[in-house]
Ligand binder design. Structure first.
Ligand code: DAK
Length: 257
């Protein structure tokens, strides 16, 4: 498959997608988001891939939606655009997705990072929702996911007054998993993804789903869903193998069944 706006590679069990519109700091347009969603779905369907990394370049993860392309759009055109359906497809990916962020992650770029399961940031990463500067608000999940990730106080400042967070602040506030020097951020994200990719695939997918449920539902329903998923895993070969391997003091061999 050839793409116009992304580059796709595999590193053993890890799928890597690079956003590739460097002249506009990887500004997100419909084409890029559709290609990104398609590449993620292809990795999700590939049994040889256990985890996925999305990255940009050192200067920008993504500086938001392409302002030049949407400046003259009508409300109906925005409603009909593929922008949000692509975000919904990204949200539906079952395998773990890690954002490797360096430089700008602004607007839709920050929202894309927030849609991933974990964020590995370079020391130069900057997260922000500057939509207020152009007369709008975040529209791809920023008001909701950011408030849940960093809390109301910081989210309000970011959304109402364009406060940007450094990588270290992002880590302090729970947005970022790890902060690493710029020359290592991608390798660190790939290494984290590679480690996760060696683990029991079905348990990884149910674990991701269960944690995401915590942001969607009541505690009682979330606990019930977690218990059902836990019990279901006892129907898998991997649970039998994992527990047998523990008892026999050997490494497990996962089958994803
Ligand atoms: N869109 C288009 N082009 C962009 C861009 C963007 N978001 N960000 C940067 N560029 C372009 C610049 O125009 C410039 O192009 P040329 O002028 O050279 O042709 C090139 O990238 C380099 O940018 P700068 O020269 O500005 O670079 P600097 O280092 O000086 O500044 C910056 C970097 C990131 C601070 C600055 O570029 C900047 O402020 N960019 C805009 C950031 C921003 O406001 N992002 C939020 C966009 S709004 C939707 C839901 C949600 C959304 C859309 C739809 N639906 C429900 C349908 C999302 C909206 C957003 O994300």
């Amino acid at each position: 498959m050839t793409y116009k706006t992304i580059l796709v590679e595999t590193h053993k069990q890890v799928g890597l997608i690079r956003l590739n519109r460097p002249k506009v700091l990887n500004a997100l347009n419909d084409t890029l988001l559709k290609e990104l969603a398609g590449a993620l779905e292809a990795f999700d369907a590939d049994d040889a891939v256990g985890a996925i990394v999305i990255t940009g370049n050192e200067k920008a993860f993504a500086a938001g939606a392409d302002i030049k392309e949407m400046a003259d759009a009508s409300a109906v055109e925005m409603h009909k655009s593929d922008f949000i359906p692509s975000f919904d497809r990204i949200r539906g990916i079952k395998k773990p997705v890690i954002a490797a962020v360096s430089g700008w992650a602004l607007g839709g770029g920050s929202e894309l990072a927030l849609s991933c399961d974990m964020i590995v940031a370079s020391e130069t990463a900057k997260f922000g929702q500057p939509e207020i500067n152009i007369g709008v608000i975040p529209g791809a999940g920023g008001t909701q996911r950011l408030a849940k990730a960093v809390g109301k106080a910081i989210a309000m400042e970011m959304i109402l007054n364009n406060r940007t967070l450094s990588a270290d602040e992002g880590q302090t506030y729970g947005l970022v998993n790890r902060v690493v020097p710029v020359e290592n951020y991608l390798n660190e994200a790939l290494a984290l993804a590679a480690e996760i990719a060696t683990r029991a695939p079905l348990a990884i997918q149910f674990g991701k789903e269960a944690v995401n449920q915590a942001f969607e539902t009541s505690l009682t329903e979330g606990l019930a869903d977690e218990r059902r998923a836990f019990n279901f895993l006892f129907a898998t070969e991997d649970q039998k193998e994992g527990m047998a391997a523990f008892v026999e003091k050997r490494d497990p061999r996962w089958k994803g069944r």
